[in-house]
Design a protein. Structure first.
Length: 462
């Protein structure tokens, strides 16, 4: 995994951890708020929602006792009234201590004051010195008591309304908290799933997919190498068996040539036979090079050194065929190569380029710096390019371009590019190409750049 992929992975994992942390924090905060609401919703709080009804139930017996006392003037009834009034007064004081909000305290203070007035009015009924029964004066005092009792009921109704509002606010707050928790959890889960999906995509793209591609490439390469090894062994055996008879034929032809030296027709025939024997020998040599490629004797040189030698060697020959060979200046790079083998590859590429040109054209040699992945590792590379202005490579030919013994030439063996590719691979590089039908082709020998030796000269080779 490269550094960019590791950075993306780290950032994504960090985002997932952050999102998970925020989700947990949101859940904890919501549970805390719910716990606070639960603490508010105690048994006494729930009881306070029924306080007005309870107060009225406690107040009603007092009124009945007062009426009974007025009608009969029974001291026992008055004693019962006093005991019930003290109990109600204590109950009101207890309820006052349980509530601390300003509005609640204000109503309870009003309730206390109204209750005191109620008791004062009731005491006037007891101390008025009237006989049993309802006189005009007693009736007026009872009306005064009833007004205070109505005032108490009004305050109780206000308390009930306040408690209903508190209950509604409590339920609204609880519902709001639960709704927020549901939304937060939903968003958190969706975001976590999205981040996990993105993580899966990145893992597949940056880890699994490259490994699958490498596995497929390795399997293809292994299969190709096995085929090439089998084909090379077979080709080497056939070439060896062909070389021995060719040697005998060539010796007998030499002796025959001496005998018919005076016969012009026979001499021409022996010349044709000798030429064909030479072509067979070249084919055998190509097959042997393909079957048993030479191990490169590596040496650090300027990357443009083999290009300069090939340009000097083949320039005049190509000009005779109306093809101009040009060498462009490039950066000063160093590579570790076997100069002889790389020159062999370049000569083959230049020859193919010249043959792809119909009429006049040009072949350009250059070296440039690049960055490529060789054997699974990214590195700086020097690319030795051979560019022609020919007709390009047809798509149907591209598919088999590097197949052994595949050729589009009448006299070709189909081993030139196969041998070239194997030579470059033995240098730790790769042979690449780009083509555009009707505009030409560029072949590039991609080689890893190495540091310049201490004795390297900065003057380019000639």
């Amino acid at each position: 995994m490269n550094s960019a992929a590791r950075l993306r992975m780290t950032m994504l994992i960090g985002a997932i951890a952050l999102m998970a942390g925020l989700t947990l924090w949101g859940m904890q905060d919501s549970w805390r708020r719910i716990a606070q609401l639960e603490r508010k919703l105690t048994a006494s709080q729930l009881g306070s929602f029924r306080l007005a009804e309870e107060f009225q139930q406690r107040l009603l017996p007092l009124g009945n006792l007062l009426l009974r006392y007025t009608a009969r003037r029974n001291p026992t009834t008055w004693t019962q009234f006093q005991e019930a009034s003290v109990q109600l007064d204590q109950w009101i004081d207890q309820q006052t201590l349980k509530h601390t909000t300003p509005r609640e305290l204000d109503l309870y203070h009003q309730l206390n004051a109204a209750y005191d007035d109620y008791l004062v009015a009731a005491a006037q009924v007891q101390t008025n010195g009237q006989p049993a029964g309802i006189s005009t004066e007693v009736f007026a005092q009872l009306e005064q008591v009833e007004r205070h009792e109505d005032r108490l009921r009004q305050i109780a109704v206000q308390l009930a309304g306040m408690h209903r509002e508190a209950e509604a606010l409590f339920l609204a707050d609880a519902n709001h908290t639960l709704a927020n928790l549901r939304v937060f959890l939903f968003i958190g889960v969706v975001l976590l799933l999205a981040l996990v999906a993105v993580l899966g995509v990145i893992l597949y793209r940056d880890l699994i997919a490259p490994l699958r591609r490498k596995l497929v490439q390795s399997e293809v390469l292994l299969e190709k190498q096995e085929k090439l090894a089998t084909l090379g062994t077979l080709a080497a055996g056939i070439a060896h068996e062909i070389r021995n008879p060719l040697t005998s034929i060539k010796a007998r032809l030499y002796m025959l040539g001496k005998r018919v030296a005076t016969d012009a027709a026979s001499t021409a025939d022996t010349g044709v036979i000798s030429s064909e024997i030479g072509r067979l020998e070249r084919i055998v040599q190509d097959v042997l090079h393909f079957a048993r490629p030479s191990e490169p004797q590596l040496k650090i040189v300027r990357a443009d050194a083999p290009l300069c030698e090939v340009a000097s060697l083949m320039g005049s020959t190509l000009e005779q065929g109306r093809v101009q060979l040009a060498l462009e200046d490039g950066p000063e790079l160093h590579v570790s190569i076997d100069t002889t083998l790389i020159k062999q590859v370049l000569i083959n590429l230049v020859r193919n380029a010249a043959e792809a040109i119909e009429g006049q054209g040009s072949v350009t040699l250059r070296v440039r710096v690049g960055h490529a992945k060789l054997h699974g590792k990214s590195s700086n590379v020097a690319i030795l390019e051979v560019t022609d202005t020919g007709k390009g490579i047809p798509p149907e030919v591209e598919k088999r371009l590097f197949d052994p013994f595949f050729t589009t030439k009448e006299a070709g063996t189909g081993l030139g590019l196969s041998i070239a590719a194997r030579i470059v691979e033995k240098h730790g590089g790769a042979l690449e190409y780009q083509t555009q039908p009707g505009h030409g082709t560029t072949f590039g020998i991609v080689l890893p750049v190495v540091p310049a030796p201490a004795t390297a000269s900065s003057i380019p080779p000639t």
